[in-house]
Design a protein around this ligand. Structure first.
Ligand code: ADP
Length: 502
């Protein structure tokens, strides 16, 4: 085996607030290998990547490149040493072209390659990527924008490429495409480190894995011969019984809201909605399955009251029927990242004038309620006063869900509740939703993850091309049946009128 290109040597990281995110971590990355980093939210994966990239410096221990100690005080130092990183949130200049985005980061001699489109094309083709250099980056689909980010990280003769949760935003077929590109990158001798939550993805694509648990390594090795169960156990420290149903068998109660033959006109990038009828009842979880982009966003916006239908009707069964939301994009819609966890948890109430005394915020009352919610929802945060930004993605999502629960609304509408979460956090979020339904709430979960819908839903409707193309319930709720409805039957008459429940 070749020698490692980069190593962590007993690296510890203590944040200024005293939190120890990494403890004496030793890890080696080899040229030409895909090395997956796995671990629960908060395990320290991003901290580790950020240390390699010079965003953070280790408190103890060091980083070696080709056996020699290096000090990365800032990303520029890491880039100069041949390290590239793709963050979860892209740093592209959206109005610029692909060529301009690449040229922007080229340094020294490398600038020459990024002057002519023909040279840029051949640079991209070297990694199997066919993209028009003149395409405006902001107009590209997310998966291709990500490809541009990856290429950008390779512009300066990169020896180590760091990818922070690249698959979270992708569909299964896009994930395959991503790894095809990553493999080409490895073939040129680059070492690639990938953070992901998906064990199957790791076993299918990575050469090596390392598991972080609470800031320490909890297993590392070659993926060959590994089983999913082995990895899962090392990640969560216990065996998760997947596939078991969450919550009780429920008998749906009174109807809360009804969508009757609702239409939204199609527009660019939207299939619209066509004759969508759906009944939302007390004590019921409705799953909405579908390949993304088949009307789910539009349905969410209608249920949220953010849009009105072009025709058809949405009726609530009474004036006291309220709706709480768990939006898909928690960074933009769900959280104020620069406010404390406590304010994020209590946001609507604080805005409506609650938690005040003599006109001023009652910080003691806010802290007390926030602490209760943090404990109920097992939100891993240093304190209720920490900024939401400092929490891992799973814990941020737990805030959004806890807040929606605290509204005690009649209906909770949830969009992709577990996307990007590790197994334990996903389990916690789904369990809270099932509990809400058990105690009478109408829960509607829009998700492209069929397995999670099967575990928690009482019935599942399938969306395709802006229509509800089928509904399954009871013994009919199988992966195969839903998968078939998702990918075929466009334009099939709805069997999910929901009217049967009226
Ligand atoms: P992961 O990427 O595995 O989800 P992170 O490396 O983001 O984990 O976080 C590890 C732990 O360190 C988390 O508990 C997180 O709350 C904490 N943390 C991350 N960044 C900071 C920071 N700037 N200050 C204090 N604590 C932090």
């Amino acid at each position: 085996m070749s020698s490692p290109v980069i190593e962590l040597d007993h690296v510890s990281k203590r944040y200024p607030n005293g939190f120890v995110a990494l403890e004496r971590v030793c890890l080696s990355f080899y040229p030409g290998e895909i090395h997956a980093l796995l671990g629960e939210n908060g395990a320290g994966k991003s901290t580790l990547m950020n240390i390699l990239y010079g965003v953070h410096e280790p408190t103890e221990g060091g980083v070696l490149m080709n056996g020699r100690q290096v000090v990365h005080r800032r990303p520029a130092d890491a880039i100069a040493n041949g390290i590239g990183m793709v963050h979860q949130h892209f740093k592209l200049v959206a109005p610029f072209t692909v060529a301009e985005n690449l040229a922007l980061v080229a340094r020294g001699e490398r600038k020459k390659i990024f002057r002519r489109n023909a040279d840029i094309r051949s640079f991209m083709q070297g990694y199997g990527v066919e993209l028009d250099p003149d395409a405006i980056v902001g107009m590209l689909p997310l998966a291709l924008q990500q490809r541009v980010e990856i290429l950008k990280a390779l512009v300066n003769d990169t020896k180590v490429l760091l990818l922070d949760e690249p698959s979270t935003i992708l569909t299964p077929s896009e994930i395959q495409g991503l790894y095809a590109t990553v493999r080409r990158i490895c073939e040129k001798g680059t070492a690639v480190a990938v953070v992901t939550h998906n064990v199957d993805e790791v076993l299918a694509n990575a050469d090596r894995y390392t598991i972080l648990r609470r800031g320490k390594t909890n297993g590392t090795g070659l993926t060959e011969g590994c089983t999913p169960d082995e990895l899962v156990e090392k990640i969560v420290g216990r065996v998760v019984a997947s596939g078991t149903r969450l919550g009780r068998q429920r008998l749906a109660g009174e109807k809360q809201m009804r969508l009757n033959a609702v239409n939204l006109r199609p527009s660019s990038g939207s299939p619209g909605l066509h004759a969508v009828s759906l009944m939302l009842c007390e004590r019921e979880v409705i799953g909405v399955a579908g390949v993304e982009g088949n009307g789910q966003t539009e349905l969410f916006e209608l249920l949220a009251g953010q849009r009105q239908p072009d025709s058809g009707a949405i009726t609530r069964s009474g004036p006291d029927v309220t709706v709480a939301l768990v939006p898909q994009d928690r960074h933009h819609e769900g959280l104020s990242l620069d406010l404390p966890v406590s304010h994020n948890l209590l946001y609507p109430k604080i805005m409506q004038g609650g938690y005040r005394r003599l006109g001023l915020l009652n910080h003691a009352a806010i802290a007390e309620r926030a602490r209760e919610m943090i404990s109920e929802s097992d939100i891993r945060t240093h304190s209720h006063g920490s900024l939401a930004r400092s929490l891992s993605g799973g814990n941020q999502q737990k805030i959004v869900v806890a807040r929606a629960m605290a509204e005690s609304a009649s209906i909770i509408v949830v969009y992709q509740p577990t996307r990007g979460l590790d197994m334990a956090a996903a389990e916690a979020v789904l369990t809270r939703l099932a509990d809400a339904a058990d105690s009478g709430t109408s829960v509607i979960i829009i998700s492209s993850n069929i397995e999670e819908l099967l575990r928690v839903s009482d019935r599942i409707v399938v969306m395709n091309g802006g229509r509800i193309t089928g509904e399954v319930t009871g013994d009919d709720m199988s992966f195969e049946k839903i998968g078939t409805l998702m990918t075929s039957g466009r334009g099939v008459q709805s069997t999910a009128a929901g009217a049967e429940h009226v």
